[in-house]
Design a protein around this ligand. Structure first.
Ligand code: CDM
Ligand code: ATP
Length: 275
């Protein structure tokens, strides 16, 4: 053991729009999604060790598997070097914000830094959200998650809310009645946040209705978010249950987050900036 160590941030992944455009023969769905990343997330710390190990700390550690089932562990094994991992978990799990996927991408990035060589891992083998999480900033994701086009986008301010119900991604895809929907419309070039908001309002998350059918509390979250002063758009991320609302500035987002947390002490609420 040489004692080398490093850490990486694993930001929450937010699907600002998520269109399901088809289904492959193997059951995987074709997607067209605008993804951005928040400045709230988990942190992974890695150090050289004789074998892979994982310790989970943090406010959301409870219930997250600390063994081979964890995507951090899978990422380290796939990279092929033994490391001791500490995952400082702050994002709710099974929440549509890519917790495990972003953690896995952070482990791969940290291992690249630790060993000074590019990751040999095809991120898609760890999950459909891992390729976009390797980019870690605004991107358009298509295919089943394997095509990722990095974008330059102005930062957006948001409040994230999770009502504390876990949602299984396969069950939401299964509950989706129409699998062939229109892709996103052409994105504006330039125009900043104002143009992005107008465009986003005309897009959708096709998984939102089936997720609400499975967990009606998601509808309550969207109503609460949409009713906040200054909320420009409220929508669900990924397969849920986390929803977001967009605001013109961080101050207004923070005020909304304070209000929501007071009204719903059991909900996970975070004001953030998306990039
Ligand atoms: C819903 C999204 O979060 C949107 O970003 C992702 O598409 C899901 O990404 P993920 O959780 O990393 O997904 P995976 O762990 O690869 O797959 C979980 C399950 O979701 C379904 N799945 C996932 C991705 C995809 N393009 N089509 C699917 O049908 C499949 O049933 C799969 O067995
Ligand atoms: N590092 C991890 N953090 C959280 N959950 C993990 C992790 N590794 C494996 N898991 C398992 O994966 C399941 C899904 O959790 P995750 O937070 O990745 O949510 P998700 O909703 O599938 O994310 P996505 O937005 O990619 O669909 C959890 O229930 C948990 O058992």
């Amino acid at each position: 053991m040489t004692g080398r160590q490093t850490e990486a941030f694993a930001p929450a992944k937010i699907n600002l729009a998520l269109h399901v455009t088809g289904q492959r023969d193997d059951g995987y769905h074709l997607l067209d999604s605008l993804v951005m990343f928040a400045d709230v997330g988990d942190t992974v710390r890695l150090r050289d060790a004789p074998e892979v190990s994982l310790e989970i700390t943090g406010s959301r550690a409870a219930g997250v598997p600390a063994d081979r089932r964890n995507l951090c562990w899978k990422a380290a094994e796939a990279f092929g070097c033994p490391v001791a991992i500490t995952l400082d978990k702050h994002l709710p799990a099974a929440a549509g914000i890519g917790g495990g996927s972003s953690d896995a991408a952070a482990v791969l990035r940290a291992m690249e830094a630790l060993y000074g060589r590019p990751s040999p891992v095809d991120p898609l083998t760890l999950g459909a959200d891992v390729p976009v999480c390797m980019v870690g900033h605004a991107a358009r994701m298509s295919g089943i998650g394997d095509h990722v086009l990095p974008l330059f986008m102005a930062p957006l301010h948001a409040v994230l809310v999770n009502p504390g119900v876990e949602v299984s991604t396969p069950s939401v895809f299964k509950a989706l009645s129409c699998k062939e929907n229109a892709p996103m419309s052409e994105m504006p070039e330039g125009g900043g946040p104002a143009a992005a908001l107008v465009w986003l309002s005309a897009q959708r998350n096709d998984l939102q209705a089936p997720a609400i059918a499975l967990q009606p509390v998601i509808g309550d979250v969207l109503t609460a978010l949409g009713g906040q002063t200054g909320a420009r758009l409220a929508r669900m991320s990924g397969s849920g249950a986390t929803c977001f609302a967009l605001f013109d500035d961080l101050k207004t987002a923070k005020a909304a987050a304070t209000d929501l947390q007071k009204a719903h002490p059991a909900w996970w609420v975070a004001a953030c900036t998306l990039r």
